[in-house]
Write a protein that binds this ligand. Structure first.
Ligand code: FES
Length: 268
């Protein structure tokens, strides 16, 4: 693992910026740790004000969006879908947040030379989160394919272009600036022109669909897997997933970035 120390600390919200109709970028103060730049590592967040008891009991897992060591700031993409995420998306500057991390393994742990590898990036919904950190470090070409179910949920186009100059977007309902379809449709078209390794983050259905494609073409496939995580510390097994050989891993410790060809995507 990239050298780091997991800490649990109360920190401070710096800003919440709206990045789309249903997307917010929450920035918090953070102590320096290069592991925050490792695409796909995890943090757990919980709004701590006005009173911790006002919010849901469990801290929520998020993948950092952008680490700014020069400013001592770390940001996250939040889609407010429940009480915990709504509380985070509505924080005021200066409000306290509980931050736990870094947790788990990111892309740099699986592929230390990823910055020199031409990549196709595939993101579904808030699976866009780690792509800003990745693209900030990337030296080889990287093209991003981004999909949402509804065009109205697409990230603000100018903001997306600010960290991903080479991107294509799709929405299943054909609304918004993307073309009608799936992010995987865009990827399949690109693969017909040029083969590259794949790094994907998004819902399990999207990640599972990429495995047979990568296997058939003999491509490396790194998947940042979203999962329910209760403890985040390797204890509760709520994040356990099966490998193709039958063994089980804990995504909060052994992932969330895994070799996408090693997981048994059909197992619960
Ligand atoms: S979240 Fe508890 S073991 Fe992974």
């Amino acid at each position: 693992m990239v050298d780091s120390q997991t800490t649990i600390a109360l920190t401070e919200a710096v800003a919440v910026a709206q990045r789309g109709q249903s997307l917010f970028q929450l920035t918090v103060k953070v102590a320096p740790d290069p592991a925050w730049a490792n695409p796909g590592v995890l943090a757990k967040l919980r709004a701590w004000e006005p009173a911790p008891k006002a919010y849901p009991l469990l801290d929520r897992p998020f993948t950092p969006h952008l680490y700014r060591p020069d400013l001592g700031e770390l940001s996250f993409l939040i889609r407010p879908v429940g009480p915990g995420t709504r509380a985070l998306a509505s924080l005021r500057p200066g409000a306290q947040v509980r931050l736990t991390g870094p947790l788990g393994r990111g892309l740099a742990d699986l592929d230390p030379n990823f910055v020199s590898r031409p990549l196709y990036l595939v993101a579904g919904g808030v699976g866009l989160a780690p792509m800003a950190n990745l693209l900030a470090a990337q030296k080889a070409p990287a093209r991003l394919f981004y999909g949402e179910r509804r065009g109205q949920d697409l990230m603000d186009r100018d903001y997306l272009a600010s960290f991903a100059p080479d991107f294509a977007a799709a929405a299943q309902d054909g609304q918004g600036y993307g073309e009608k379809g799936l992010a995987t449709d865009l990827l399949v078209r690109a693969l017909a022109q040029e083969k590259r390794a794949i790094f994907a983050c998004g819902p399990p259905g999207l990640l599972a669909a990429l495995a047979p494609l990568a296997r058939k073409l003999g491509l490396r496939y790194f998947a940042a897997v979203e999962a329910f995580m209760a403890c985040g510390l390797g204890v509760c097994l709520s994040c356990a997933k099966a490998l193709t050989g039958g063994a089980r891993i804990r995504l909060c410790q052994d992932g969330p970035v895994v070799d996408g060809l090693s997981l048994d995507w059909s197992a619960p």
